[in-house]
Design a protein around this ligand. Structure first.
Ligand code: HEM
Ligand code: SF4
Ligand code: SF4
Length: 524
């Protein structure tokens, strides 16, 4: 299974690299969940417009849609096309979202909840799409109505066969369209809102809106498609004869040819088997758990920084058992993904403390801040050459060992967000390191969702614990390279070249090292 997932990830990688090169942190691949929600907004707004002109009756349904498409092609027709194409695009982004989360192993361990609660969303989206196509009541609607009724009749649910409703024009009543409109416009969307809400419950600060430029670009692309290829209907439904030639929407209707070819048992087998497989995936095999973050009551003063920074809401605050009137953080092991971001957030993780054994209020037992400080110190002391650089590298991005040499050493991190900013200052001021590179996942695509963002904010001084203002920013570079080792190398070489040029300029001017600059480290 893991080999398959690795293969899947390798398949995604070239696409992701192109997306990142073209759009940076706004790559659509980094915002697939949010993009799906945004597409639903477009579907909702366009759907409300279309429904305003829709007739919920056997005789009126087709004609009302046709009139809207032809007489109001410049608005009603465009709204109808937007409604259809945004729904199709949502299936595309949803499919990519699922496979991407799967390829990154985000379905196992404490993240199983997001995975499992995603599955009902899939059913809801498909049911919405299929009932939508029904409402047009053209030949395609007739084909899927009859096939769906036959599929449902195969299940032992209804005493009267559903398919009987579609035998003749007379057997189909207007009430059927009222029911359809209720399901498509109210019932299913409300359930979908509920299942999406549940889906993001265990995620702190979920990204539910795509970046503005991505949102605008998506809308413009859908609008352009709507003008170039307006959505149209087939001939009106006629229950006296079977539809002959149909053009299918493969995004939503792929199960129907499957039914024609193999029958109801196979279709239900695929649907239920697929659902069961999706639900079982988090435990195929179960993830080996790493130790979760641990709190040391002696060093926790209840500042709440770890509580605010944890990307998975795994930290609660409770009354401190030893310090009256203070709080203490408490980790829920079922939610903790062992990212270490809380370790980087804790004020007691500062390496300047003169205690023999550095203990933080909260840290990962497998990589406590004491070990981090020792590794950083040892790395700094190994360096030689005119420009000495330490690279802190997240283990989910390019391996920093690939850029090490006599003048460049690396220190691994679980996540860039586990680095206390004071450790950067410590290396520059105490250990005399010339430059520090912090590398991690691609911008906007942190393995633990928020690590890269917190690093940027801590360095910029807008989030606690912040890097002190008097630490020279020109000595620091952040490099959100993801797995791109060449980009990481370019970041390190770039910083080295800048520092060397600066030192030459200082020597030429006969001055000492310049004071701190205001700007934070840019990307690359
Ligand atoms: C209507 C359909 C869906 C929507 C709108 C949606 C939306 C989202 C959003 C907004 C997030 C949070 C992203 C973030 O802030 O990092 C998310 C996370 C996630 N989604 Fe979905 N999702 C949908 C369906 C699914 C399905 C069908 C699955 C898989 C079966 C799935 C698997 C996941 C997982 C595993 C995460 C957690 C990622 C992490 O822990 O970092 N989603 N989704
Ligand atoms: S290790 Fe990560 S998930 Fe666990 S408590 Fe700390 S910040 Fe939260
Ligand atoms: S960041 Fe440290 S001191 Fe602050 S609440 Fe968390 S564990 Fe306690």
């Amino acid at each position: 299974m893991q080999a398959l997932l690795r293969l899947l990830r390798r398949g995604f990688e070239p696409l992701e690299a192109v997306g990142y090169r073209l759009f940076g942190g706004e790559s659509p691949f980094h915002h697939l969940g949010a993009l799906t929600i945004y597409l639903f907004w477009i579907v909702l707004v366009s759907g409300i417009y279309v429904f305003a002109f829709y007739h919920t009756s056997v005789a009126g349904a087709y004609e009302s849609v046709q009139r809207l498409t032809e007489e109001q092609w410049w608005l009603g027709g465009v709204m109808r096309s937007l409604h259809r194409y945004a729904s199709d695009a949502a299936v595309l982004t949803l499919g990519l979202h699922i496979f991407r989360e799967l390829s990154r192993d985000h379905h196992r361990g404490p993240r199983w909840f997001s995975w499992i609660t995603g599955v009902p969303n899939l059913w809801m989206v498909y049911m919405l799409g299929i009932t939508g196509y029904w409402m047009v009541w053209d030949e395609l609607a007739q084909y899927i109505a009859v096939a769906t009724a036959e599929l449902l009749d195969w299940l032992p649910i209804f005493t009267d066969p559903m398919a009987r409703n579609f035998l003749t024009e007379g057997s189909l009543g207007d009430r059927f369209f009222t029911l359809l409109a209720f399901l498509h416009l109210l019932g299913l969307p409300l359930i979908l809102v509920g299942t999406v809400w549940l889906h993001i419950q265990r995620i702190s600060r979920p990204r539910i809106n795509p970046p503005r430029r991505l949102a605008l670009g998506t809308l413009l692309a859908l609008l352009a498609l709507s003008f170039v290829q307006p959505a149209s209907s087939h001939a009106p439904a006629d229950l006296t004869r079977a539809p002959q030639v149909l053009s299918l929407d493969w995004f939503y209707l792929a199960i129907y040819p499957l039914y024609d070819l193999f029958g109801a048992a196979v279709v239900w087998g695929v649907l239920w088997g697929g659902t069961l497989l999706l639900c079982a995936l988090p435990w195929l095999p179960p993830r080996r758990r790493e130790s979760v973050a641990e709190v040391d009551p002696a060093w926790c003063n209840g500042c709440r920084r770890c509580f605010g920074d944890c990307p998975y809401g795994a930290i609660e605050m409770a009354p401190h058992p030893d310090k009256r009137g203070k709080e203490i953080s408490v980790v829920d092991p079922a939610l903790c993904v062992s990212c270490g971001i809380c370790e980087g957030a804790c004020p007691s993780a500062t390496p300047f403390r003169s205690v023999r054994e550095l203990v933080s209020g909260i840290e990962l037992p497998q990589y406590p801040v004491q070990v981090l400080r020792e590794r950083a110190r040892a790395a700094a002391r190994r360096l030689s050459g005119p420009v000495r650089i330490v690279v802190f590298g997240c283990r989910h991005a390019a391996d920093p060992a690939q850029v090490t040499g006599p003048d460049t050493a690396s220190v691994p991190l679980v996540c860039a967000g586990m680095l206390p900013p004071s450790l950067v200052e410590y290396l520059i001021r105490r250990e005399g390191v010339d430059g520090v590179v912090i590398s991690g996942c691609r911008a906007g695509d942190c393995e633990y969702r928020l690590g890269t963002r917190w690093v940027e904010e801590r360095l910029a001084g807008t989030r606690e614990p912040h890097l002190r203002r008097n630490v020279p920013r020109e000595r620091i570079a952040v490099c959100w390279s993801g797995p791109d080792a060449a980009m990481l190398r370019a970041c390190v070489d770039g910083l080295r070249a800048r520092l060397a040029a600066r030192s030459r300029a200082d020597e030429a001017g006969g001055g000492a090292r310049p004071p701190a600059a205001a700007a934070g480290g840019g990307h690359g």
